[in-house]
Design a protein around this ligand. Structure first.
Ligand code: FAD
Length: 426
């Protein structure tokens, strides 16, 4: 009998639990540890923030689904992982032991690295659904008293897609309300150019996004380092190579949403051999930690080096499909170990993304993630908005049903030539 624990019940961890079930023997036990009773679909947070979704529409009560699928669910949260003892210390003081652990704890949001940043300070966030609800209140206040907007992603950020989405859906909603003429918009980003996305661009994301910004009168500042934020004012340093400040900007704002840098969560940060200095989990090509081979990791909590040097630090995004590929590889590798074999399966880590602009959007596929690529494609169209709404419905449905990848999802991806795995073990 083996005890398998998944730590983190977010987008990756929940699907991880569903995929692991099929790998277990009759006496094995699977536990999912979260820190909230409800799952929320993070990619829909921008829509909650603008009032296009209610919080309840993107949330799911996990306990009944997991009970139906025979997964033990603990939602009290973990205080610390003790890998030497194969033990997780819970916030309640109890211990949960494991034979195999999958870390899926996502990011800790490093708002504290910039004075005044974040929902406890002067800028809004869409990283958690509770932040998105608060951001919606701030947006309605802006609509009542229009003024300048700043949207973007700060130094060290890795998740740029949602910043573009949010800027462009704000523009769409403000135009619908006939308020756009009263709201100057600036996009402030650590990226070296618009459309870099932490991936050195995909297809023509540079051209597509620059032209979208030009058409919608959104100004931008790239290579931006946010020095500090005060009530209604952001100090931004535009950096040149070698850490030189090329220009400083004092930007006034009535409303701002800035994506923060991420780091690993406190439960795993600072554990020698398990995590890097930023707290992200170190893994090999089989998603397995080299120092503690019974620990695997998937999702945003995984350490990935940046794509290349940039004047301002920029991380690599971990997008949904990439996370799902990590999940499938990990499930197969743990399954192989449970059956006395060895991990052989590798995730492709392909970046596949739909970025919604409210009335249109862009889609991109990068395979592999690091250029030069075999597939390097991006396109713009109204269909992306429709596809994203369809994907939201589909994903929420599969989490509610306790399924991971029904066969028609596999069929569509295979038809498009997008693979999740590099090699199949068994
Ligand atoms: P999360 O979904 O954040 O899950 C981590 C979970 O671990 C959380 O539930 C957290 O509560 C839990 N946890 C943390 N610490 C502990 C602890 N100590 N004990 C117990 N539980 C713990 N990607 C796309 O491909 N398409 C998109 O459209 C898209 N939109 C995005 C929009 C936003 C606003 C953001 C922030 C990201 C978006 N992403 C998107 C990127 C990525 O898909 C998401 O960030 C995704 O949620 C990451 O999944 P994850 O499982 O790694 O982390």
């Amino acid at each position: 009998m083996a005890d398998i624990v998944v730590l983190g019940a977010g987008l990756g961890g929940t699907i991880m639990a569903y995929e692991l079930i099929d790998q277990l023997g009759p006496d094995d036990r699977l536990t999912l540890i979260g820190q909230e009773a409800r799952f929320h679909f993070v990619p829909s947070n921008p829509w909650v923030a603008i009032g296009w979704r209610e919080r309840e529409q993107i949330e799911i009560d996990l306990a009944p689904v997991l009970a139906r699928r025979n997964v033990r669910f603990l939602d009290q949260g973990a205080k610390r992982v003790h890998p030497q003892d194969n033990r997780i210390e819970m916030n309640t003081g109890e211990d949960v032991t494991y034979d195999y652990l999958v870390v899926a704890t996502g990011p800790e949001l490093a708002f504290d690295e910039i004075p005044g940043l974040g929902p406890e300070g002067e800028t809004n966030s869409i990283c958690h659904v509770s932040h998105a609800v608060k951001t919606h209140e701030a947006f309605e206040a802006l609509a009542a008293k229009p003024g300048p907007i700043i949207v973007g992603a700060v130094q060290g950020a890795s998740c740029f897609g949602p910043a573009y989405e949010f800027a462009l859906i704000l523009d769409t909603e403000l135009r619908r309300r006939k308020l756009r003429d009263k709201v100057p918009m600036t996009f402030v980003t650590a990226e070296p150019y618009i459309g870099h996305l932490g991936l050195d661009g995909v297809g023509d994301t540079k051209g597509l996004l620059e032209s979208e910004f030009r058409n919608r009168h959104i100004k931008w500042i790239t290579n931006a380092k946010v020095a500090s934020v005060a009530a209604g004012a952001m100090k931004v340093e535009e950096m040149a190579d070698g850490g030189v400040v090329a220009r400083t900007h004092d930007l006034p704002f009535s409303f701002s949403m800035m994506l923060p840098a991420f780091r690993g969560v406190a439960a795993v940060r600072g554990i020698e051999g398990l995590t890097n200095p930023r707290g992200f989990v170190l893994i090999d090509k089989h998603q397995r930690n080299p120092a503690f081979p019974n620990i695997f990791a998937i999702g945003v909590c995984v350490a990935i080096p940046p794509i290349g040097p940039t004047p301002v630090p920029v991380g690599v995004p971990k997008t949904g499909f990439m996370i799902e590929s990590m999940v499938t590889a990990t499930a197969r590798n743990i399954g192989a170990l449970l059956r006395g074999g060895q991990p052989k399966t590798e995730a492709t880590w392909n970046a596949v993304c739909l970025a919604d602009f409210g009335d249109t959007g862009i889609a991109f596929v990068a395979e592999p993630q690091i250029p030069p690529r075999n597939v390097n494609w991006s396109a713009k169209g109204k269909w992306v908005h429709t596809a994203k709404a369809g994907f939201e419905k589909y994903f929420i449905h599969k989490v509610k049903k306790g399924e991971s990848e029904p066969f028609y999802e596999r069929l569509v991806m295979e038809r498009l030539g997008i693979r999740k795995l590099k090699e199949t073990a068994d």
